[in-house]
Design a protein around this ligand. Structure first.
Ligand code: ATP
Length: 657
């Protein structure tokens, strides 16, 4: 598809489920017929084509304007992911997506299917983090097959040889992804649009900060102390930043001093600016020259993050802070046309924001050279190093030309850092890296009021509707465990006349972006999401997070509820605790609630007590997060903003592991 076609592709009606739910079209007979006739595919996306068929036949109008698309294009696209708003495909079709009811306990249909879905789901048993096992960005991630880094891409995602060799999905074998995302707005007001800090922003100063490692530079208290250049200061002011958050107070001077850093701070507390500002300041000080059109670009900085929407968000922040400078930020991510990514890059690239899959593809195509890399940033670093992305990250640092860790600066940020991941991270970092912990490592944001309700599987939908009706139009994210379930619940809520959209890894990228857009602007105040939306997304005015299904790890829980209560604003999180499946989470949940000074229900404490495993801090479901820098170096405790942190004289390195 040519560049100029993108406008036609971005059809305003294509996004979501909501307004046009035509339940009459979903008679079980018709669905079953269409879906059953559709050819089975071996991939996770096997319902893509069948779904498209169905939508076209039934005249369903939720998605893009199917009628305007020719068959060739349909064929080209549709293996990549599911089509149309309802994206449920054969699952519903096979058992009849009744137009009138989703009866609780109707075991012939959805619920039985989902039990199976969950049982099959490796997340229940896997180590490290949950995300990815049930909702990976198909071309971003890899699947576990064994060994610490010994994983291969899963056939589940229908990746072919050319991909394994660094190519994008297949000129020859697989579908061609043609989506070209719309360019972001260019006007200054949009670039600097921001939301207000909340009433608790100043309370950040009371959080204890721990810095470990040797010779940490002192924290700064104000932006002025950072001594950034005038353009950066102007951009900071235009972004509405007047005061540093704790993670910024500590991280900015550390990065400016050229040190490697692992930083852990609560969700929504400004980690993105904490790495972007000092990197940009360095670039400006080094007298960076405008990068020009070249077939091979050699950026100075690569920032990787686990999801497409998150790298896009980081890119927008980078573009904002580099406004008026000659630094050019570029974003590339899967689910979009590879040619488009390449065209963005060849125009010049100083800061490359990328998802791992697309990054490795582009490096394989020799559009990006790594020789000039001075900064490597892993946002959501624990996720980037776990079983899903760790192998890709290892490949990245072993790529020809990539400066060794001694020659580059490596920065890792997250709200959670399990101990085992901290150990893996050491391979990427210089041995004298500094570790900054703002508050409890892995702790939940205290501005989120957390409630845990005991709700059984078959009562969840009723409870959800009750809560959403009380909430009214306030923006709410509802997290569920699987992609199918996301579709199902979104559809169900639409049927209940609650404007809802959904985001998950089986939706096409254009649909994901449209869904997020509809949620951001309030057109759909409810977003049903899988873990793909758990991390990093910074959406104004998300007042509620509902865990319809609890996640399999406590870290995931912390990230999910962190979509609300950001930047000093308050938020609420309600979690449905199912006694049949969530008991393993009771113990770490009690700890997170207690640490965040939340009420702990007596029944939950009882479960936690009865399932208590002394000394348990493993990495499986319910793991307890790291409480400290795993090197066990001496550290200083400070309240953010009062005194600088200076690590004591070096202790023996040997004692650090
Ligand atoms: N010093 C500041 N003053 C005002 N607003 C800020 C400041 N720092 C960051 N923000 C804003 O706070 C919001 C949250 O920041 P950011 O997304 O970087 O959080 P985060 O710590 O990375 O969260 P997460 O752990 O969820 O990824 C953003 O809207 C950002 O623009």
């Amino acid at each position: 598809m040519a560049d100029e076609d993108w406008e036609a592709e971005i059809n305003p009606h294509m996004s979501s489920y909501v307004p046009i739910f035509e339940k009459d079209r979903y008679s079980s007979g018709e669905n079953a017929d269409n879906f059953n006739r559709a050819p089975a595919s071996s991939s996770e996306m096997d319902d893509g084509p069948s779904r498209r068929d169905h939508f076209m036949k039934s005249g369903f109008a939720s998605g893009r304007n199917f009628g305007n698309r020719d068959a060739g294009e349909s064929n080209k696209q549709d293996n990549t992911s599911t089509m149309g708003g309802f994206g449920v495909g054969k699952s519903f079709g096979n058992r009849g997506f009744s137009n009138s009811k989703f009866e609780d306990g109707d075991s012939s249909g959805f619920w039985r299917e989902f039990s199976n879905d969950c049982e099959d789901n490796p997340t229940r048993n896997r180590g490290f983090s949950k995300r990815g096992d049930n909702d990976l960005d198909p071309d971003e991630c890899m699947q576990r097959t064994g060994g610490l880094f010994g994983y291969r891409r899963s056939s589940k995602f229908s990746l072919n040889k050319s991909e394994a060799e660094g190519g994008e999905s297949s000129d020859t074998q697989g579908p061609k992804v043609t989506y070209i995302p719309p360019p972001p707005p260019e006007d200054e007001d949009s670039i600097f649009a921001h939301y207000q800090t909340g009433i608790n922003f100043d309370k950040y100063d009371t959080i204890l900060v721990e810095v470990s490692g040797h010779d940490a530079p002192p924290a700064i208290l104000t932006f002025e102390e950072a001594d950034l250049c005038q353009t950066l200061n102007n951009n900071i002011a235009k972004a509405g930043y007047t005061k540093l958050t704790p993670v910024q107070k500590y991280s900015i001077p550390i990065i400016l001093a050229g040190r490697d850093l692992m930083a852990c701070a609560q969700t929504g507390s400004g980690k993105t600016a904490a790495f972007l500002l000092p990197i940009l300041a360095h670039m400006m000080r080094d007298g960076i020259t405008a990068s020009r059109f070249k077939e091979l670009q050699e950026p100075e900085c690569i920032i990787v993050a686990p999801t497409r929407e998150l790298v896009n968000q980081i890119y927008l922040e980078a573009r904002k802070f580099s406004f008026g400078t000659c630094v050019r930020a570029v974003v590339i991510y899967g689910g979009t046309q590879l040619g488009h990514s390449i065209r963005q890059i060849v125009q010049g690239c100083n800061i490359l924001c990328a998802t791992p899959g697309r990054l490795m593809d582009i490096i394989g195509k020799e559009k990006i050279g790594l020789k000039q890399i001075k900064y490597l940033v892993l946002d959501e670093a624990d996720r980037m190093l776990d079983m899903g992305f760790g192998p890709e990250m290892k490949k990245l640092i072993s790529c020809p030309g990539m400066p060794s860790k001694e020659q580059r600066q490596t920065l890792m940020f997250s709200a959670t850092f399990p101990e085992e991941i901290q150990r893996l991270a050491a391979e990427f970092l210089k041995s004298n890296y500094l570790f900054v912990a703002v508050g409890q490592v892995g702790g939940a944001c205290r501005d989120v009021q957390q409630t845990v309700l005991q709700v059984g599987q078959f009562s969840k939908r009723e409870k959800l509707v009750e809560i959403l009706r009380n909430i009214g139009d306030e923006r709410t994210m509802v997290f569920v465990e699987t992609k199918k379930k996301a579709d199902f619940i979104a559809t169900f809520l639409c049927q209940e006349k609650i404007s809802t959209t959904s985001i998950h890894g089986d939706r096409e990228q254009r649909e994901r972006e449209q869904a997020l857009g509809d949620f951001r602007c309030g057109k759909c105040p409810v977003l049903v999401a899988t873990s793909v939306a758990a991390r990093g997304l910074d959406i104004e005015n998300v007042q509620h997070v509902i865990n319809f299904d609890l996640p399999s790890t406590i870290d995931e829980y912390v990230h999910r509820i962190g979509r609300t209560g950001r930047c000093g604003n308050t938020g609420r999180a309600i979690s449905f605790f199912d006694l049949e499946s969530d008991n393993q989470l009771a113990q770490p949940l009690v700890k997170v609630l207690t640490d965040a000074q939340q009420d702990v229900p007596a029944w939950l404490e009882e479960i936690a007590f009865s399932t208590y495993i002394p000394g348990f801090s493993g990495s499986t479901r319910g793991s307890v997060f790291a409480s400290v820098d795993t090197r066990k170096g001496k550290s200083t405790l400070n309240t953010a903003g009062f005194s600088s942190s200076q690590a004591p004289n070096p202790v023996d390195d040997e004692s650090w592991d």
